[in-house]
Design a protein around this ligand. Structure first.
Ligand SMILES: [Zn+2]
Length: 677
């Protein structure tokens, strides 16, 4: 424990004797370790909230904006000159809040040694606490107390008189000055440096010279708080309702008037506690913390209607009202029986909104043990809404690339591997949310994991699907709507091939090929068209949904000793044309793509058992002596002298989706091998 007496404000040169003179070294490793320790634990850190620091006598390392604690490295810390920071606490700033925050921001930038990194706005507070490590968090449990009616009284009951409690203050310079003042008072009163600072409707600062001590302080705080909670938070998941797909696709279109939004549902016992009761909802109508406003805004919509039709009718009225009243679209909807629904600019944002708002629900629930919920006041809310610094953070977490299918949700069947995986990956790179629908669970999950490691703001999910079963397809539709709010494009790609002439083909094999390549296309279209109709009924006039069947050049021209496949593919084009006629009035386009052979892919080019090798061994190409001879024989049949790749097919998919002048077409992508009449 430091027992220095800090008296007077001009006492700049007096440091804690325990602070190292210089260098970072091993202490920076400790800083990274404790940052990740709390950053990875959702009880302590949700979305970008919280920050950490390490200081010696001359410099301070503090988390920079835009670097999450969970994965932070040395690169994620801004380094600042402490003498320049101390100068800021003495300087007279403008009385006009906007001008003042601008001056403070500039001085903070001047004190920053690492110019490319923007230090947290809370840096000045980290700097005045004379301990080597400071860990500032917004933990749910702490905020359950800090956002309660009796916060101060209950805090003293639990932790005694020897603490610092800061009543809610607008963040930025004003908060810093108040903390600074209270720390000085504390030093005078107790002749030591405070280790814990509690901030109403915000969070907590914990400081110590070692990270072990930080952990033990947090542990003891958590134990005390847990024991003080009278009714534990309801836990347990709840299955999402089948009526979700009767509502969400319509709602998504109503909020997508300017650009396409992504919706995501979460449902559990805690969420049910709030959607079941208008009285309980009263405790979450206003935000608790500035963080909540940053990610969820400060107004939310609650729907207590019973039927999907009522919810849709109600939304149609209330969304425009909401927008004209508040000037923005709602980000949070709570719908009875459905759950908590996030309206995000993209899929990643939906997860953040759900996490932050569910945290607010927990805070409201815990606050009941401390006299009831205490949200921010309207004046406090307005300050945050106008705060440039927070807007910066919002824009950082909102960075959006612009792919050709940005924010569209696309299901690709048979996408766990091979050609379907290739198409899905290309569409993922163009910004789409991808649903990998496949029977192969192991490969499907691996592909989805690989996809999610590549994404920026979009997401991929795997749904185990048997395209030959309508129930399985209905589940696919349900899961897609729960994760993304709708289906913009369905790519029927799953297919099988069992070649054979009339003498070899068994009735069983013929039926199997027909069931997967032909019947399943009907089942898929039956399942997805329902959601698409609901979407387009509520969409802007320039919005279209797409169904695209990956057919084959064998759907345009007969295939020797391969009639089961060719017949099903010919039939598929008949379905495409007929579906197109039926669905055109609903602004749903239906088209087929007929790719040629993918000679460059493993099916043909695998050096051990690719078709080129097999055909050489079987002597299928007369006179061919090498694999290259066989390959040449096939390439010679293609005017463009190349196979058809997933990239080529994706270009076709993108064309079909972007245009609205065609439907019911079969688009060949065969390098000129098949030409239409
Ligand atoms: Zn904070």
């Amino acid at each position: 424990m430091v027992s220095n007496n800090f008296i007077g404000s001009g006492n700049f040169e007096k440091h804690s004797p325990t602070l190292p003179l210089g260098g970072g070294g091993a202490n920076l490793d400790d800083l990274i370790s404790i940052s990740r320790f709390y950053g990875k634990d959702s009880r302590f850190v949700i979305a970008g909230g919280g920050n950490t620091s390490y200081k010696n006598q001359k410099k301070i390392w503090v988390k920079a904006s835009g670097y999450p604690l969970a994965t932070i490295t040395e690169d994620g810390f801004a380094v600042l000159n402490r003498a320049l920071l101390r100068y800021m606490s003495e300087k007279e700033y403008s009385n006009d809040p906007t001008e003042r925050e601008e001056q403070v921001k500039n001085d903070l930038a001047t004190a920053t040694i690492t110019k490319d990194k923007r230090p947290s706005v809370e840096t000045s507070m980290h700097n005045i606490i004379e301990y080597a490590f400071v860990v500032h968090l917004h933990p749910t449990l702490v905020n359950g107390l800090m956002c309660s009616q009796n916060a101060e009284k209950e805090l003293t009951n639990l932790f005694g008189e020897k603490l610092i409690y800061i009543e809610y203050t607008d963040p930025g310079y004003v908060l810093f000055k108040k903390v600074d003042e209270r720390i000085k008072e504390y030093r005078q009163r107790f002749s030591e440096e405070p280790q814990v600072i509690w901030l109403q409707n915000h969070g907590i600062f914990v400081a110590a010279d070692t990270i072990d001590e930080i952990k033990s302080i947090y542990d003891s705080i958590f134990t005390k708080l847990e024991n003080a909670i009278k009714t534990p938070i309801p836990t347990g998941e709840r299955a999402t309702c089948g009526c979700t797909e009767e509502i969400l696709p319509a709602l998504r279109m109503m909020v997508s008037t300017e650009n396409l939004k992504t919706l995501k549902v979460r449902k559990n016992e805690l969420i049910k506690y709030f959607y079941d009761s208008k009285k309980h909802q009263q405790n979450i109508i206003k935000p608790f913390t500035p963080d909540q406003i940053v990610y969820c805004k400060s107004n939310y919509l609650f729907f207590n209607d019973e039927s999907p039709e009522q919810v849709i009718a109600d939304t149609k009225k209330r969304i425009p009202e909401f927008v004209s009243k508040f000037g923005y679209l709602p980000k949070v909807l709570l719908i009875k029986g459905i759950g908590l629904v996030a309206v995000g600019g993209h899929a990643k944002q939906c997860d953040i909104i759900l996490d932050v708002f569910e945290d607010a629900m927990k805070v409201a629930y815990i606050a009941q043990s401390f006299g009831g919920a205490h949200p921010m006041t309207q004046t406090q809310i307005d300050f945050i809404d106008n705060w440039e610094v927070e807007n910066y953070r919002r824009s950082v977490s909102n960075t959006q690339s612009n792919g050709r299918v940005e924010n569209k949700t696309i299901i690709v069947t048979g996408a766990a591997q091979g050609f379907g995986e290739g198409i899905a990956e290309c569409l993922l790179r163009e910004g789409a949310n991808i649903v990998v629908a496949d029977l192969n669970e192991e490969a499907g999950k691996a592909t989805t994991e690989r996809f999610n490691a590549m994404t920026k703001s979009n997401r991929a999910i795997f749904v185990k699907t048997n395209v030959a079963e309508i129930n399985s397809l209905q589940n696919l539709v349900h899961e897609t709507v729960c994760h993304f709010g709708g289906i913009d494009c369905f790519i029927s790609n799953a297919g099988v091939l069992r070649a054979g002439g009339l003498e070899d083909m068994t009735p069983e094999n013929f039926e199997f090929v027909t069931k997967i390549n032909y019947n399943a296309y009907f089942l898929c279209t039956k399942a997805v068209s329902k959601v698409m109709k609901l979407q387009t009924a509520h969409a802007p006039n320039n919005y279209y949904s797409d169904i695209i069947q990956i057919n084959s050049k064998s759907g345009l021209r007969g295939s020797k000793a391969n009639f089961a496949y060719a017949g099903g593919k010919f039939g598929g084009i008949g379905l495409t044309q007929s579906f197109a006629l039926e669905l055109a009035p609903f602004r749903i386009k239906v088209n087929s793509i007929c790719p040629g052979n993918y000679y460059e892919g493993p099916l043909w080019s695998d050096p051990d058992n690719g078709l080129f090798v097999q055909y050489l061994k079987a002597g299928k190409v007369p006179g061919a002596k090498t694999v290259d001879d066989v390959k040449e024989f096939y390439l010679a049949q293609v005017p463009m002298r190349k196979g058809c790749t997933p990239e080529d097919v994706t270009k076709g998919v993108l064309y079909l989706m972007e245009q609205c002048g065609e439907t019911g077409q079969a688009l060949p992508i065969t390098g000129g091998q098949v030409m239409l009449n």
